[in-house]
Structure formats: structure tokens, C-alpha cells
Design a protein around this ligand. Structure first.
Ligand SMILES: Cc1cc2nc3c(=O)[nH]c(=O)nc-3n(C[C@H](O)[C@H](O)[C@H](O)COP(=O)(O)OP(=O)(O)OC[C@H]3O[C@@H](n4cnc5c(N)ncnc54)[C@H](O)[C@@H]3O)c2cc1C
Length: 392
């Protein structure tokens, strides 16, 4: 039974309290999620009632105020279950951060609504027409009292049901860091076209959508942060989210290892369980070592985040390692399952597909490499201008 949390409690649910939700209720819904590609309303209600949306939200906005280190076990647990559970846990405990940092009092009121699961806010950055950051092609043109937004976004998680979209567009033509401006756009804005039919390889039930807008009028009160602060606003979500996603990758890798162990003990060939074969044992050991290494990097980055340190490089390092790690671990877990693992009767088949989504969510491996290398070279330059500086 999933235990609901009374809205006024000061104590967060423990990860154990949420085990039945993520590994029971969500797991039981897998056939429906795979078929319908949509979260059933009952799961949304259970998730909100259990207090998942407010785990890290500050108490003044109705949350439990957990730090990132304390939040990691929840993310791991959620990610051991089907994707929509971990996506809600990850997104709702991150998307409030740009609102808290840059929002007007009216926009900050949304934090409580989303902490209570009454409002969903999606993060809308990616475009088909260009790269992210300075290469965004969405345009925001100022006019009296507001803006005209023209452009498109795609792959927007929970675009199928979000009430608000944190949308970033270029507000001048210079293509500089301060050329972007963020907006919190209501779903029902006239001219906002939302096409929730974007089917993905895995992560079914996480509702990816195309957004299209042409000369769409947005009131100036829906601007999030100052004009030109859009990249900063987006990054205030991304540093957190790369660490949070890395914890999810550890969780999914744990699930894959669990499935591989269970299967290796069940599957008999030549009269013995394959778990008794050295080759299979080596795979299990490699998977374990790999995921524990990832977990260590996530903890380091999360501790630095909680200490208020600059974590862009640490978050990118955790994400780079963990996305490769979850790829290796799910590859091996599939191999341990033999051909059966390649059928839709085996949970590892879905886990394998879901793991591939991590390649792209909040930035690819190549972009993490770019961020890390830039950090290393800047640090070397700062300590020794001749380039012989120590590795940080
Ligand atoms: C499951 C899922 C959920 C997502 N959810 C969201 C969401 O909620 N909101 C949102 O805004 N986006 C979301 N995305 C989009 C995601 O952030 C992007 O797919 C990702 O950032 C990569 O961008 P792209 O797809 O445009 O790839 P591209 O930029 O087209 O990259 C293609 C390839 O070129 C490489 N590349 C591109 N530019 C460079 C460069 N400058 N240097 C070196 N290599 C480069 C990339 O690493 C990649 O290998 C989601 C994606 C997925 C798969």
C-alpha cells in the first residue's frame, strides 16, 4: 500500500516509504505505460500524495527541504522502477530552482503548487533547428507590455501535460551569452501549439512533445529573470539536473544488475545455473564495480552542490561517467539474459531501451567532455599562465 503524506507534515517520507510506489505501483503499470505512453491519473495522484514532488523544495514553499546528498537515495530508488516515476522525482525536485532564484513573487507562488503536485512545469530548451545555448533559433521580440515569441522546441518531457513551460529564446541577434531570455509560458497561451505525439525508443509515459509558436504574444510578467539572463536561468536547473540524472543512472544500473543476478541464478544450462560460470560472475562483478564508481562521483558532486560550491565541471564529470556506465552495465545485463533478454517478456529489454535516453537528457557525452575540458584548461591557465598549471 502506498502511504499518503499529510500535506502539513514536517517529516519527509523515507525512501523505504516510497518503495511500494516506485517498485510496486509504477512497476505494475508497465504494460499500460508501454502501450499508452501516458501516465495513468491514479499514479500521478499517488505520487503527489506520497510527497515526491516536494522532497527538496524549501519549507517556505511547502517542501521538505532535503539537500541533494540526502535526496540521492530517493532518486536511485525511483530510477529502479519505470521511467515516469524517476522523471517526476527528478524534474519536480529541480524545476523549482530557477523559479526560486529568478522568479517574481507571482511566479514563485507556482513552487508550492508544483510541490503539492497541482502544477507541472516543463523545461523547454532543445530545438531541431539549431544547437542549445547561443545557437537557439527561437526569437523573442519585445513590444509594449510583452513579447512576440516565434520558434519551435522538441523532446520536451511531460510536454503532454505540463501547465507551464520554462522556455528560453534569443532576445537579440548578437548570439552572445547574454542574448537569451527565459519565459514561463502558460500552456493555454493563444497560438501555443503543443503536439504530444513524439514517440521515443524508451521512457514510455514521459510524454515528449513538440512545441510550436509563431508571433505568440507573451505578457512581460511571464518573463523569468532579467532580459539577457536566459542562459543563467537555464543553468540554474542544469547543474542540479546533471547530478540528479546521474543518480538516476546509478539507480537504473542497480536494477539491471539485480535483474542479471536473479536471472543468472534461475537460468540452468548444462545442468548448472549460469551464475556458477566464471564468465558470468566476472560480468556481475564488473557491473557492480562500474556502478559503485559512478555512485562515488555522484556523491562527490552532490556534496559540493550542497556546500554551495561551483559544480558545473563536477556535475558534467558525474554525468559523463554515469551515462557510459549505465550503457556498459545494461549491455552486460542484457548479455547475461541471453536471447530471452531481447524479448519483451524480459524486464531487461525495457531497462536497456530506457537507459539509452540518458545519452541525451540534459546534454550528450560530447557536451560533458567539452565542459570538463574547458574547466581543466581554464584552471591550468589560472594557476600557471604558461599552461603548466596543476590538474584541479
Ligand atoms: C528522453 C529525453 C528527454 C529529453 N527531455 C528534454 C526536456 O525536457 N527539455 C529539453 O529542452 N530537451 C530535452 N531533451 C533533449 C536533449 O536535451 C537533447 O537531445 C540533447 O541536449 C542533445 O541535443 P540534440 O538532440 O539537439 O543533439 P545535437 O545537438 O543534434 O547533437 C548530435 C550529435 O552531435 C554532437 N554535438 C552537437 N553539438 C556539438 C558541439 N558543439 N561539439 C561537439 N559535439 C557536438 C552531440 O554530442 C551529438 O553526438 C530530451 C532528450 C531525450 C532523449
Amino acid at each position: 500500500m502506498v502511504r499518503p503524506m499529510p500535506p502539513t507534515t514536517a517529516r519527509p517520507p523515507s525512501p523505504d516509504d516510497l518503495r511500494e510506489l516506485f517498485l510496486g505501483a509504477f512497476e505494475a503499470a508497465v504494460p499500460e505505460l508501454e502501450r499508452e505512453d501516458r501516465i495513468p491519473a491514479r499514479l500521478l495522484e499517488l505520487t503527489a500524495a506520497a510527497g515526491v514532488h516536494r522532497l527538496t523544495v524549501p519549507p517556505e514553499h511547502g517542501g521538505f527541504g532535503l539537500g541533494l546528498v540526502d535526496f540521492l537515495p530517493y532518486l536511485e530508488l525511483a530510477a529502479m522502477g519505470p521511467a515516469p516515476g524517476r522523471m517526476i522525482c527528478h524534474l519536480s525536485n529541480g524545476i523549482w530552482r530557477p523559479l526560486a532564484g529568478y522568479g517574481s513573487p507571482e511566479q514563485r507562488r507556482l513552487i508550492r503548487e508544483q510541490a503539492e503536485g497541482r502544477t507541472t512545469i516543463a523545461f523547454a530548451l532543445t530545438e531541431r533547428s539549431g544547437g542549445t545555448g547561443r545557437d537557439l533559433h527561437s526569437r523573442a521580440v519585445a513590444e509594449t507590455g510583452g513579447w512576440r515569441l516565434t520558434g519551435e522546441k522538441h523532446l520536451i518531457t511531460f510536454g503532454d501535460r505540463a501547465d507551464w513551460f520554462l522556455l528560453v529564446a534569443a532576445s537579440d541577434e548578437r548570439r552572445e551569452r547574454d542574448s537569451l531570455t527565459a519565459f514561463l509560458v502558460p500552456r493555454d497561451t493563444p497560438g501555443f501549439e503543443i503536439d504530444a505525439g513524439q514517440r521515443t525508443m524508451g521512457l514510455h509515459g514521459t510524454g515528449h512533445a513538440w512545441l510550436r509558436y509563431r508571433e505568440m504574444r507573451v505578457e512581460d510578467r511571464h518573463r523569468l529573470g532579467e532580459v539577457g539572463q536566459g542562459l543563467e536561468v537555464a543553468l540554474s536547473f542544469l547543474d542540479y539536473s546533471r547530478i540528479s540524472l546521474s543518480a538516476c543512472m546509478v539507480g537504473l544500473a542497480r536494477r539491471a544488475l539485480q535483474e542479471a543476478i536473479a536471472y543468472s541464478r534461475r537460468r540452468i544450462t548444462f545442468g548448472r545455473p549460469i551464475a556458477e560460470r566464471d564468465a558470468i560472475r566476472a560480468h556481475l562483478a564488473d557491473m557492480h564495480a562500474d556502478l559503485e564508481a559512478g555512485r562515488g562521483l555522484v556523491r562527490t558532486a552532490a556534496a559540493a552542490f550542497d556546500a554551495g560550491e561551483e559544480v558545473t565541471a563536477a556535475a558534467a564529470t558525474a554525468k559523463l561517467f554515469c551515462l557510459n556506465m549505465v550503457g556498459r552495465v545494461t549491455d552486460l545485463a542484457l548479455r547475461v539474459h541471453g536471447g530471452f533478454g531481447y524479448t519483451t517478456d524480459a524486464p531487461i529489454e525495457r531497462i536497456y531501451r530506457d537507459a539509452r535516453g540518458f545519452w541525451f537528457e540534459e546534454g550528450t557525452a560530447e557536451i560533458q567532455q567539452l565542459v570538463i575540458a574547458r574547466h581543466l584548461l581554464r584552471a591550468a591557465e589560472a594557476s600557471e599562465p604558461d599552461g603548466t598549471g596543476a590538474v584541479p
